[in-house]
Every structure is written in C-alpha cells, then in structure tokens.
Write a protein that binds this ligand. Structure first.
Ligand code: AOF
Ligand code: ZN
Length: 375
C-alpha cells in the first residue's frame, strides 16, 4: 500500500515518467562501453503538480551511473521524491558506491524500476536494499520498452553473447544486389542515413569476406557530426582474403578492424594486415566454416553487447539458419534488380515464425520493418 505523502500518481503517470527516463537513456546508446545506458528522473509534487527536479543518464564510457547525477541535480529536493530508473539500481561497490544506497541516503521515498538487472552482483539485491530501507518500490513499469534499448547488455550479461541485429536492404523483387557486380544502391538517401544512425548505436558491425571483396565497404558512420561514432568493424575471413588495399584495411588506424580468421592461415597476409593496424580474432572451424557461437562468445567477453550484421547474402543466411539473429531490420525499396540478382534470405512477407513485428516506418521511398525474436 502506498506510503502517505509519497508521490504515487497512478499507473498511467508512472508510465509517462518512465517513458521520459527511457528517452533520456536513448541519448547515450552506444556510448557507455560495456555498461548499459540507463536513465533516471527524480520527480516530486509539492501540491502544484509534478515537477522533474533531477535527470541523469549513464555517462560516456559508463561511469558515473545515472542515479548519482540525477541526485546531484535534485540536491535537497530529492528528499521525499520519487525516482524513475530504467534499470534496477546497482548494489555493488564498483569505482563508485552502489546507486541503491545513494538513493536511500538522499532520502528518496519511492523508486519506480523498469527492467531488472541480470548482473549477478546486482540482480534482486538493488531492489532489496531499497525495500529494506523502507522505500516503496514499484517494478516492471515499461519493462519491455526499457529492455528493448538495453537488449545488448541484457543478452551479454545473461547469455554471454551479443544481441545480433541483421540488417537487410532488399529490392522489390527480393534481391540484395547484383551477382558479382559489387555495391548496388537499393535504398535511397533517407534509408542510408537511418542505417548510419543504427551503426552509431552498435558496438560492432560484421560482414563476410565476400562482401569486402565485392563491395569494398567502409562500414563507418558518416552522418555529419557523428563521424566519431563508428563501431568496431569485423570481417568473417577464414581464408584471410581481406586485401591490404581495401578501405577497411586503409582506415584501420582510425576505426578498429577485427578480422576473424584461423590462427595459421596465410601468414604473409596476416603480417601485412597487422601492419595496417588490424587485430585478429582467433576462430575455430566447424565443417570448414567459422564457428559462429564461439565467435559470439569471444565478442561478448571483449565487451561487445550489440552486433550489427550487414551482409552479405551468405553471412545473413548463416546467422539466420543457426538461429543467431535476435533482431531483423528490413529495408524494402521499390526498385527491381532482375534476374542476375543475389537473392535475399528473406523479405517482410517471409520473416520466419518466431519473430514479432515491432516497428514499421517509411524512409523516403523505402519501407522499413523491424522484428524481434518472440520471447
Ligand atoms: C546503475 N546505474 O546508470 C548503470 C548501471 O563497472 P561498474 O561499477 O560501472 O558496474 C557495471 C554494472 O552497473 C553493470 O553491469 C550494471 O549492472 C550496472 N549498470 N547501474 O545503477 C547505471 N549503467
Ligand atoms: Zn549504479
């Protein structure tokens, strides 16, 4: 039952404030290292309507956490106020004291939490610290919406692999490109900008060696003002075919490139690529192909929470066939490629059962749909 005098505006208003905290958390997506981007709002009502007196979002690089920043802004106004947090406040002593204790010490009266934290140092303990201190705790408000933005962090800390997003740009006749002809512009400028924004929010972007050979892509975020937000670029290249003259190799000192290859293949090329600044991920082969589950585990251990798979057709199909795709981002254009096209493993009409449509949009002349695994 609600504590008398504590701001408890009802479920609809709780959802509204949590939505604001989630929007706040969105601003640092992809910028907080291995930490999730968390949002915190401190709200009070002294009789004249609800006022937000503190805001915080996990700082760049992951620290400080969201809560102490929001508390600092609120100052004395935190006493008796309600805190909206998109993730269960932490309970562990890291480089900073636990956020749960910081909320208690500041005299917060009520805490509304969206998602629970699977981190074993925190899980359940954060909420317990709050309850034990006599606070009113409401959990699970907009949990799905918050978890959606933290899907990478949640996947890495619970399943020890990154969240995998497959991006496909498909022509009206279901093709990804032209056979042997390199890069074909399937979608327009607006969709392209959208893809670059998605790259900025991912920790790493992955393509197969075939795509490097055919398209020579740069795989960076080239939106004005966001050029420094390019993710790590990863190539599946068991035969070490990536040329030192490729755009990837030539830009490896500016934006990291990791090539996944077996340890003993092509030592000459390896040396030359290393001299370009490329790093290597040692992989094992299974039936002559790079073992993807093992690679994903390695990536998670290296702190990669979100992986954006951008092609090509073979790589996309492999991730799908092995059940490793958590999110599908599908751009569909009106242009036709014709008979020499490279067939896409799927179009919107053939997204497999097991995925739920989460978002639809139109970007310029292209339609967009986004699907996540049904949990
Ligand atoms: C919070 N608020 O804003 C975030 C939290 O390495 P550390 O000490 O920064 O701790 C990392 C853990 O902190 C991470 O695994 C997750 O459990 C939590 N993230 N917690 O209270 C925040 N970003
Ligand atoms: Zn914390």
């Amino acid at each position: 039952s609600p504590v008398p005098g504590v701001f408890s505006p009802g479920e609809a208003a709780d959802r509204r404030f949590m939505a604001a905290a989630i929007r706040l958390s969105r601003s640092h997506l992809g910028l907080t290292g291995t930490n999730p981007s968390v949002g915190t709002l401190i709200v009070r009502d002294d009789g004249a309507g609800a006022v937000t007196v503190g805001r915080g979002v996990t700082a760049l690089g992951g620290r400080p956490h969201a809560e102490p920043q929001a508390l600092e802004e609120a100052g004395a106004k935190a006493r008796g106020a309600t805190a909206y947090v998109t993730l269960e406040p932490c309970a562990h002593h890291g480089r900073t004291p636990p956020c749960a204790n910081a909320l208690v010490d500041a005299g917060i009266a009520r805490v509304v939490i969206a998602a629970s934290d699977p981190d074993p140092r925190v899980s359940g303990r954060g909420a317990a610290i709050l309850r034990d201190a006599g606070m009113e705790v409401t959990q699970g408000v907009l949990a799905r919406e918050a978890a959606d933005l933290m899907a990478g962090y949640l996947m890495r800390s619970s399943a020890h692999r990154p969240e995998v997003t497959l991006k496909l740009a498909v022509s009206a006749d279901g093709m990804l490109g032209l056979e042997g002809r390199g890069q074909v512009a399937i979608t327009g400028e607006t969709a392209r900008a959208q893809v670059h924004a998605m790259r900025a929010e991912a920790d790493a972007i992955l393509v197969g060696a075939g795509t490097v050979a055919a398209d020579d892509p740069e795989l960076t975020c080239r939106l004005p003002g966001m050029e420094d937000r390019s993710p790590i670029r990863i190539v599946l290249d068991k035969g070490l075919r990536t040329p030192v003259s490729s755009r990837l190799a030539r830009s490896a000192r500016t934006v990291p490139v990791w090539v996944a290859a077996t340890a003993d293949v092509n030592p000459g090329r390896r040396q030359a690529l290393a001299e370009c600044g490329i790093d290597f991920l040692a992989v094992d082969l299974m039936e002559d192909r790079i073992c993807l589950p093992e690679l994903l585990e390695d990536l998670a251990a290296r702190g990669i929470s979100t992986l954006f798979v951008e092609g090509g057709a073979i790589t996309a199909r492999r991730f799908l066939d092995e059940g490793l795709v958590d999110r599908i981002c599908l751009f569909e254009s009106g242009m036709r490629i014709g008979r020499d096209g490279l067939k896409s493993p799927l179009v919107a009409a053939t997204v497999p059962a097991g995925y739920t449509l989460r978002r639809q949009a139109v970007f310029g002349h292209d339609s967009y749909s986004e699907w996540t695994r049904t949990s």
